[in-house]
Design a binder for this molecule. Structure first.
Ligand code: S3P
Length: 426
């Protein structure tokens, strides 16, 4: 489906957004492992989160929707049942990788598959440490889904230094560690999002630039009440739209402000963005608050390599801010972008060229400079929700209009994207 966006003048108002996708996946998984009923409020309605929910249901977990809350009837860490079918992770890397850690430890076998995009994404980054733990796993073509998991009699705790800065790999190992008496340790040299350790209250040690996170059966989840703050990755599309529109102000209510996710705010503020945080609070270890945004004049800045994992999902929308900011926008040290829902470097470069801007592509990034020459473009989503939403925002800012091909993929993270836009467009 092609979706058209016409130029808008300004935005205003308040947005209550659905729950953070990363926290939602984890709330469902940890609730399933607790022994009894957990209640989740403001669970994300993203298709990715439905994939995690569906797999847990296929493993015998009852999940009920009552009003605005979700009840999950956990069965304890050994309570999952052997699924009768192949477990389908859809487009969701978080589902496939986190649940690989969980299913590896079970006393039954299982198979995880995914859609076309997920079946092209690397999985040996997660099977490598799990095999060191004694897991019996096999991948397709040594690196891809479907992944076949056999029960193993010889599982053991490990210490593992991450070779890719990935919260999904870190979480898969830590979740597997919850089934073992001995302590499993994950060592990370560059910080990645820390929801797993925060939500499970895992011990965290700092050693210079290294972070060491420990997990064992002692930290197995118990039934809980989760209130999921709004998704900062979803919010960032509306934040950038507000910054770049004239005479605009917007408040995003109850938004996740976990420091391992707020890199987008740090970079935008360094670029001159008027962003203020009000009403901070905390729930299940996760910080949240209201974000107040105002129209701003932006100037491009150098982006430090250490902040890249923190802003990895926001680079498509940050690029849109960079295009309208003064100076050259440049991203380096981000080769992970090549293995996301699409090759995001290729997707961004391809779409940005259509605007008549000067673009350079690197193996680990890209740069963009110049003035927009074409104000009426058809952009390609590459089936990637964040590319579709980033170029939708850009289209709203063009002097004429822009169209997005294969727009429907936005449902992967935010099925209500258009409705939310309509709420704030003046
Ligand atoms: C996620 C971690 C990140 C992020 C993804 C969600 C998570 O991936 O890009 O959207 O919930 O753990 P990597 O950890 O693989 O970089």
């Amino acid at each position: 489906m092609i979706q058209e966006f016409n130029h808008i003048e300004s935005v205003s108002g308040e947005l209550f957004l659905p729950g953070d996708k990363s926290i939602s996946h984890r709330a469902l998984i940890f609730s399933s492992l607790g022994n009894g009923k957990s209640v989740i409020s403001n669970l994300s309605n993203a298709e990715d989160v439905n994939s995690t929910k569906g797999i847990l249901q296929n493993c015998g977990i009852d999940i009920l929707n009552d009003d605005s809350k979700i009840s999950v009837f956990g069965k304890g860490i050994w309570g999952l049942l052997k699924p009768e079918k192949i477990l389908y992770a859809g487009n969701s890397g978080t589902t496939a990788r986190l649940l690989a850690g969980l299913l590896t430890m079970q006393k039954f076998g299982s198979v995880i598959s995914g859609d076309e995009s997920l079946s092209k994404r690397p999985m040996n980054r997660v099977t490598k440490p799990l095999i060191q733990m004694g897991a019996k796993l096999s991948l397709t073509g040594n690196n891809y889904l479907p992944i076949r998991i056999e029960p193993s009699e010889s599982l053991k705790a490990i210490s593992y230094e991450l070779d890719v800065p990935s919260a999904q790999v870190k979480s898969a190992i830590l979740i597997a560690g919850l089934f073992l008496n001995d302590v499993t340790k994950v060592i990370e040299n560059v910080e990645t999002r820390n929801h797993t350790e925060v939500m499970l209250s895992l011990p965290i040690q700092k050693n210079g630039n290294q972070t060491i996170i420990s997990s064992s059966i002692k930290y197995a989840p118990i039934p809980n009440e989760y209130i999921i703050p709004s998704d900062i990755s979803t919010a960032s599309f509306f934040i950038v739209l507000t910054l770049l529109s004239k005479n605009s102000t917007l408040i995003i209510k109850n938004c996740s402000l976990n420091p391992s996710r707020t890199g987008i705010l740090t970079v935008l503020k360094a670029m001159g963005a008027k962003i203020e945080i009000i009403n901070q609070n905390i729930s299940c270890g996760e910080i949240y608050g209201d974000i107040l945004v105002e129209s701003s004049k932006l100037v491009n800045v150098e982006i430090d390599s250490n902040i890249i994992p923190n802003i990895i999902d926001e680079i498509p929308i940050l690029t849109i801010a960079g295009i309208f900011a003064e100076g050259k926008f440049k991203i380096k040290n981000a080769k992970e972008l090549r293995v996301k829902e699409s090759d995001r470097i290729n997707a961004i470069v391809n779409n940005v060229k259509k605007l008549g801007l000067s673009v350079e592509e690197y193996e680990d990034g890209f740069s963009v400079s110049g003035e927009i020459k074409n104000n009426n473009c058809l952009f390609e989503s590459f089936g990637d929700h964040r590319i579709a939403m980033a170029f939708s925002i850009l289209s709203l800012l063009l002097q004429q209009s822009g169209k997005i091909n294969n727009f429907e993929c936005v449902k992967i993270s935010n099925p209500q994207f258009i409705a939310q836009l309509n709420q704030i467009i003046g």
